[in-house]
Design a protein around this ligand. Structure first.
Ligand SMILES: [Fe+2]
Ligand SMILES: [Fe+2]
Length: 349
């Protein structure tokens, strides 16, 4: 419900080139109890005043020089086509003209010469509808805002959980969490270079940190072994792919589905000599092929307990050397085009 107080405090804009007419109208409105009335006699100012005031009632004359009431209504309706325009036409015109005004957006008519009761009743009706409309609109905007806030919170939490899980896996491997951070950014660069949409490349950015999550399930005695691995131990290390995929499987979430695909396929090789399934070329999911380059690039260019970091140029040369054997040739081409971006992340260390 709209209170009487609000109705009489509503903003009224009266537009009529005839100063006498408009003053009579203003007087009637003031006598009725309305307190917030702006009058203009130049219709070319109508739009600016409307924008400035956002009136709850517009009392509009039809016959005016320079810009008639129809033209004013057209301009107002173009400002915001979804807005409720609280327009009442003040007219002595015949029915056909009034009908046209109705079609142009008028909500009601005040007849000249004015009758006090008619002005009061019709004005307050339009104002009431307009204020109710504003109320609903504000309520909807606030609901929409609340829903958007909640969606953002859920997204942020999901991202946070995914990243923490990925870092947990890396910490077990004596990492610092920086590998998954850089590697996922490298993935995103390649994805953008080969035409992934922004949304797809962000999905890859979010899910690729989970590529080694299966390492959580590899025994410390093997994962952290300081000396080189026995062949059977390496076979166990390799199972981080299938274990990771198993940990991530069975979800309907596009995030977890992509993460599962990546966990399973990031050690496959273009020539079929990778693991766990020995898939080759395009049998290997594209996201897995992208992650393979990003993962190796970061592994080579970082310090590890058993080796010193290769330089950026040495690492780049190695990725290019492995084109068509370890890596998808097209992706190595894309990588070659994006060296500046890779270097920027590489140099963040
Ligand atoms: Fe891995
Ligand atoms: Fe990795």
């Amino acid at each position: 419900m709209i209170s009487e107080e609000k109705i009489f405090a509503a903003k009224i804009l009266a537009i009529d080139d005839n100063i006498l007419n408009i003053q009579i109208l203003k007087k009637i409105l003031i006598n009725a109890g309305f307190i917030n009335i702006t009058i203009i006699t130049d219709p070319t100012q109508a739009i600016d005043r409307y924008k400035e005031l956002k009136p709850d009632l517009i009392l509009l004359d039809l016959n005016m020089p320079k810009l008639d009431g129809f033209a004013v209504m057209l301009q107002l309706s173009l400002l915001d086509p979804d807005d409720y325009l609280p327009i009442s036409i003040v007219t002595a015109e015949e029915e056909s003209v009034r009908f046209k005004a109705l079609q142009s957006g008028a909500k009601d008519f005040l007849h000249k010469p004015y009758e006090h009761l008619d002005v009061l009743l019709k004005s307050r009706n339009i104002i009431e509808v307009r204020l109710l409309y504003n109320q609903i609109k504000n309520h909807n905007t606030s609901l929409e805002q609340q829903v958007n806030d909640r969606i953002k919170e859920i997204r942020d939490t999901r991202l946070d959980v995914i990243q923490r899980l990925a870092v947990a896996a890396e910490l077990r491997d004596k990492g610092t969490g920086m590998h998954v951070y850089r590697m996922s950014r490298y993935c995103q660069i390649i994805a953008r270079a080969i035409g992934f949409t922004r949304e797809q490349s962000e999905l890859l950015l979010t899910t690729s940190p989970l590529h080694d999550v299966g390492k959580i399930a590899i025994p410390d005695s093997i994962l952290l072994k300081p000396s080189s691995l026995e062949p059977y131990e390496f076979e166990i290390i390799k199972t981080h792919t299938t274990l990771g995929a198993k940990m991530l499987s069975g979800s309907d979430s596009v995030f977890l589905k992509m993460a599962e695909t990546i966990a399973l396929s990031h050690h496959e090789r273009w020539d079929g000599r990778g693991y766990p399934n020995g898939k080759k070329e395009e049998e290997i999911p594209l996201v897995g092929r992208i992650c393979a380059i990003a993962d190796v690039f970061d592994a080579l260019s970082s310090n590890r307990p058993y080796k010193k970091a290769w330089t950026f140029d040495e690492t780049t040369a190695e990725i290019k050397r492995l084109k068509g054997t370890h890596f998808d040739p097209k992706l190595v081409e894309a990588f070659g085009d994006m060296l500046k971006d890779f270097k920027a992340i590489h140099d963040e260390k």
